[in-house]
Structures are given as C-alpha cells and as structure tokens.
Design a protein around this ligand. Structure first.
Ligand SMILES: [Zn+2]
Length: 213
C-alpha cells in the first residue's frame, strides 16, 4: 500500500490533465515553451513506472514497483522512453496543426509497440466490448510497448479539432468542454500566470506609455 502512496505522490493529479495517457506522457516535461527552465520528470526507470501506474495504464502497483527495481538497464530504458515521448510529441503536434505525423516518428512508435508485443509481457484482454493490453511481467520493454500502444490510440482516435496546445507551457490536452473554448492546460497554473502577467503589464508605466502613444 505504501507503494501506491508513493506512486500517487510523484504524479499528482495536477500533472495528469491531458485527458489521455499519451498526452500526459508528453506532459512529463514541465515546460515545452521555456525549455531552458524545463524539468524532465522522466529522470529514472522508477519515474517511468510510477508515471504509468498513476496515469491509469494497466500496470499493477506491485509490477510497477518491480519494473522500477530493474535498474541494470535503467538508463537505456529512460533514453528509449524519452525518444518515444519526443516521437509522440512530433506526431501529435503535427495532428494539432492538421499535418501528417513525421514518418520516422511513426516508425519509432510502432517499433516500440511491436517490441512490447514481442516481449511476451503484454496480455490482450476484452472482458466486455472494449479491448485493452495489460502488463503481466515486470519487463521495461513491455512497459514501453504499453505506452506506445496508448500513443497509437491517441493518434488515431483523438479528435484533431479538440486537441490543444497550452500557449504558455506547451502541454497538450483534449478540450472536452462543451463549447470547445478551453485555452489553458490548467487555469490554476498557466491561466492564472497569464492573468497575473497581464495585470502587471497593465499597471507598469511602460505599458501606460505604450497605451498613450
Ligand atoms: Zn500550460
């Protein structure tokens, strides 16, 4: 049970706002606009395992904890996870602007998905009408595969006209509001920062001068 608390603590709900696990995976970089100040929250295999569990992927807490301990290949798995994430970012941002995903990015995503299946650690299940994959062994290749399948799901299934990029931090999210007018990843972070910045600008003498000219 302690594992669950740890997992949940690292990826608070406020960081899982994309509306789809693939988008939350992209948003594991704290800021995609001000890259110099960005924090990459996928720093270790433990981070990756925790993220998968917290983002709702079909990984049990005990398996996630076991994956996190396979530190012998940790660095290369994290490197591959980051490459997968950037390929997904290139592909999904292309969709936002109505373009085709770059072929090399799609090739990388499908390779990782195929390696995950070939690893024998993913189990296909369809208890009802919906089918899903679950991780059945503490295998980092299977875990990356599970994420890659989520990315493919997002690429094909998410409505392009509802995909948004937060103008302040660059996070991606699905706008599921009724009117389709959600602008920020979160009002409490980027929305409020924008409001505060506008307020400061409105009060500054430079701004007043500009307005006067
Ligand atoms: Zn934002």
């Amino acid at each position: 049970m302690q594992d669950d608390n740890t997992l949940y603590g690292r990826w608070r709900e406020t960081r899982l706002v994309g509306g789809h696990p693939a988008l939350d995976f992209l948003n594991s970089v704290s800021d995609r606009v001000a890259r110099a100040e960005a924090v990459d929250r996928l720093g270790s295999l433990a981070d990756l395992a925790d993220w998968a569990r917290s983002a709702g992927l079909a990984v049990s807490p005990s398996l996630a904890a076991q994956v996190a301990k396979t530190t012998d290949k940790g660095d290369s798995v994290v490197t591959r996870a980051r490459a997968l994430r950037e390929a997904a970012h290139a592909s999904l941002t292309a969709r936002v602007s109505g373009q085709s995903p770059p072929p090399n990015a799609l090739a990388l995503i499908s390779d990782v998905a195929a390696q995950g299946m070939a690893s024998g650690s993913l189990h296909w299940s369809q208890p009802n009408d919906t089918a899903s994959l679950t991780l059945e062994k503490p295998d980092p290749t299977g875990l990356l595969g599970l994420i890659a399948w989520q990315i493919l799901d997002a690429l094909f299934r998410l409505p392009g006209e509802r995909l948004r990029i937060c103008p302040r931090c660059g996070w991606l999210f699905v706008d599921s509001t009724r009117g389709g007018r959600r602008r920020w990843c979160q009002m409490r972070t980027c929305g409020n920062r924008e409001k505060a910045q506008r307020h400061r600008q409105a009060k500054s003498p430079a701004s007043a001068q500009t307005k006067g000219t």
